[in-house]
Ligand binder design. Sequence first.
Ligand SMILES: Nc1ncnc2c1ncn2[C@@H]1O[C@H](COP(=O)(O)OP(=O)(O)OP(=O)(O)O)[C@@H](O)[C@H]1O
Length: 366
Amino acid sequence: MTLQVALSHHFKGFTLDVAFDAPKGVTVLFGPSGSGKTTLVNAVAGLLRPDKGRIVADDWVLLDTQSRRNLAPHKRRLGYIFQEGRLFPHLSVRQNLLYGRWFAPRGSQDESFDHVVELLGIGPLLTRRPGALSGGEKQRVAIGRALLSAPKLILADEPLAALDEARKAEILPYFERLRDEVSVPILYVSHSSAEVARLATTVVALKDGRVAACGTPADVLGDVAAVGVRGAASVLEARVVAHHADGLTELSTATGALWLPRIADLHGTTIRVRIAAQEVMLSRDAPKGLSALNILHGTIADIRLGDGPGAMVTLALGQERLSARITRRSAQAMGLAIGQPCHAIIKSVAVAPEDIGTGSMKERTQ
Ligand SMILES: Nc1ncnc2c1ncn2[C@@H]1O[C@H](COP(=O)(O)OP(=O)(O)OP(=O)(O)O)[C@@H](O)[C@H]1O
């Protein structure tokens, strides 16, 4: 495993007690306010000395309370990406990037300057100062600076939280590239179910200082007990089959075709599609005469009645799972029961561009 974390720490009124191992790629810490994300990040950064713990990135031991190893923050070899870029305003983009490299220990195996510039598409910005960059451009430079410091671990603490939707859409593909093309493990903190679905190799859902679930985005976002009804979603893997003249893209999933408003990816690309549970309708009979284009057929695998008016129904579609958030009233009126065949109906326009990301969830599981 590339990233191993085991930590316990007690504050008055709050205990953090977590352990998880994650393979190469992006590990997203996901959880509501107060669940312990910042406490965990501070322990990784060396800003908090936990009562007990061990943190290892590849073969680099940042902390091991048992053997009394506790590296000082500046010796941990972390590449930070913060909410706001935190670039030096008086330095050019090139100088900001080289400043990151200055921290790389001599002889360390680092990313080449040219590769990082190409990866992040920042070649045309090199002579500009941060004041002449958009928020998204600044964030790309900040990612580059972190990469060039030859880090053992990249720590991205809600890096998109300060950006508007358009800027987020601009940056997310670069994080996908980072995940797929860079070998440094990335620990990424997020509140957003859409970011989790797009980026995570592994999701660690935190709740009240504990790991409520750990696994692929499909496993964790489908676990209502871990992520709550608002965060609950399905993540289906699909392949781009064709772009049609009427503006729709045809995808193939393990359980049938999915039609979405045109997306940019090329034919044959494997993509992830996040479908929020509240966007899925159910029908026991095969629906006819509907405007919705996507009708998937499966079997009811789980029904959870909430404390309020809601119910979460999970369909098995072959190996994949699709969750629908409906009312208890509908679940009862329809007589839904586990094992019944059922149809899921999804409007094409219910899937927004930010819900679509690249990369399989099955790769990189070493
Ligand atoms: N230094 C401290 N002393 C006492 N309690 C603390 C301290 N730091 C954090 N806590 C408590 O630990 C709990 C977890 O806080 P933490 O900041 O880690 O949550 P979080 O998931 O990062 O939340 P957010 O998303 O709002 O940043 C909270 O109940 C908080 O009040």
